[in-house]
Design a binder for this molecule. Structure first.
Ligand SMILES: [Zn+2]
Length: 184
């Protein structure tokens, strides 16, 4: 009789303990889910990579490559007469969005030719698209575009910075007589 009572109490205790543990786990899980949902609601995407909608849109656009109508190489369309091309145009492309040769950098296909030069301090090559007539600088879409400082000067400063000139300013190579005062 006493043994039966003991086993019954033990089983009942284990069952009650399991119930309490299970209830605690359920409640903990619910609290974590609520906290996660609240945190997700508070965060605002700062980049397209943070936004699920933007990621989905990007993935869809990657799957579908932009369809581009193949263009006839300009040399096949133009007359074979005339002076040969002297300015290298490989790597440059027509910036006119409505042009058939827009963003085509292959010199065997696009219609670019040299169109003189401009610039007061140094010679900057100008290119012209023969298909649409657009002219543009070879510095377009580069950090040097519309910069008054000469490219040689920019190269000197970048070299000095790369060499780590904080302790000894390279006044000689930059053509500066007085060392500039450096902030502490
Ligand atoms: Zn063009």
């Amino acid at each position: 009789m006493l043994i039966d009572w003991f086993w019954s109490s033990l089983v009942l205790s284990i069952f009650v303990l399991w119930l309490v543990w299970h209830w605690t786990q359920q409640r903990l899980h619910h609290q974590m889910a609520t906290l996660t949902a609240a945190r997700e609601r508070l965060l605002k995407p700062r980049t397209p990579a943070d936004c699920p909608a933007c990621r989905q849109e990007r993935a869809t656009s990657v799957e579908r490559p932009p369809t581009r109508v193949p263009v006839t190489p300009w040399r096949a369309r133009k007359s074979q007469r005339g002076a040969p091309k002297r300015i290298a145009t490989q790597g440059f492309a027509c910036p006119n969005r409505t042009c058939a040769y827009y963003r085509i950098t292959d010199a065997h296909i696009h219609a670019l030719v040299g169109d003189g030069a401009h610039g007061q301090r140094e010679r900057i090559q100008t290119l012209r698209c023969q298909a649409c007539g657009t002219t543009f600088s070879t510095r377009r879409d580069t950090p040097l575009y519309r910069l008054k400082t000469t490219s040689q000067r920019v190269a000197e400063v970048l070299t000095a910075l790369a060499l780590g000139s904080r302790s000894q300013p390279p006044c000689g190579c930059l053509g500066i007589d007085t060392p500039p005062s450096l902030p502490g």
